[in-house]
Write a protein that binds this ligand. Structure first.
Ligand code: PGA
Length: 253
């Protein structure tokens, strides 16, 4: 049994005062149910506050990005050590907005992923194809390239805690989610690649998420699929009520 994940990627939304309100409202519904792993992923400035507020509640904390370096002259960057000190357990690596807007390439993503697994930060590796690639029938080829480039050189032990999020770029923030069937098809294919490279023990255990216009109304349809173990949610994770509702839809106790 893979424990389902609901991860809320706030992106560059919710300043500190709004983050405080959101979390207080979320906690007014109670702690995170044990049958779900719910991860809040705010901007860096909100991490210390959330870390305090979420202590003992069962909610996990994630960062949206991290440096592949340990420390030093890297203006504007945040290291794994800084994240760990304030209780961050997860980090998104290779979100499509980092890849397309900030031109992060596969080799930088590979380095970040390595640094995360080496230092005990659990990575949520994002992969996804553009609309052009999908229409050209090249979606799987694209995703296979992204998965393999990120995992190159990593052995089975290193990726025990890896989570992969399949997020087609055209579905992100567009209101146009992939169909649960298409999402399942890609998540199953990713699991098959993992199985081929690392064996069925790891593949059966690995959580693979879908992301792209997930909301309270459609999350259950994705969760019914065998190879989809949860969702990476952007817009709909900003409101406490919606985030809570998605957790309720996903819990299986
Ligand atoms: P969205 O974003 O839910 O707003 O489509 C998803 C993501 O980018 O992780």
């Amino acid at each position: 049994m893979r424990k389902p994940i609901v991860a809320g990627n706030w992106k560059m939304n919710l300043k500190l005062s709004q983050a405080k309100e959101m979390v207080e409202e979320l906690l007014s519904f109670g702690n995170c149910p044990e049958s779900v792993e719910a991860i809040l992923i705010p901007n860096y400035l909100c991490l210390p506050l959330l870390s305090e507020k979420l202590k003992g509640t069962g909610y996990e904390l994630g960062a949206q990005n991290m440096s592949s370096e340990d420390q030093g002259a890297f203006t504007g960057e945040i290291s794994w050590d800084m994240l760990k000190e304030i209780g961050v357990s997860y980090c998104i690596i290779g979100h499509s907005e980092r890849r397309t807007i900030y031109l992060e390439n596969n080799s930088q993503i590979e380095k970040k992923l390595k640094k995360a697994v080496e230092t005990g930060i659990k990575p949520i590796l994002c992969v996804g194809e553009s609309l052009e690639k999908r229409q050209a029938g090249e979606a799987k080829k694209r995703i296979e390239g992204q998965v393999h480039r990120a995992l190159v050189g990593l052995d089975k032990d290193a990726i025990q805690d890896l989570v992969i999020a399949y997020e087609p770029i055209w579905a992100i923030g567009s209101g146009q989610a992939a169909t649960p069937e298409d999402a399942e098809d890609m998540c199953r294919t990713i699991r098959e690649w993992v199985e081929k490279d690392y064996g069925s023990d790891l593949a059966d255990k690995m959580r693979i998420l879908y992301g792209g216009s997930v909301k309270p109304e459609n999350i259950a349809d994705f969760m019914k699929k065998e190879n989809i173990d949860g969702a990476l949610v952007g817009g709909a994770s900003l409101k406490a009520k919606d985030f809570h509702q998605m957790i309720e839809e996903v819990r299986n106790d």
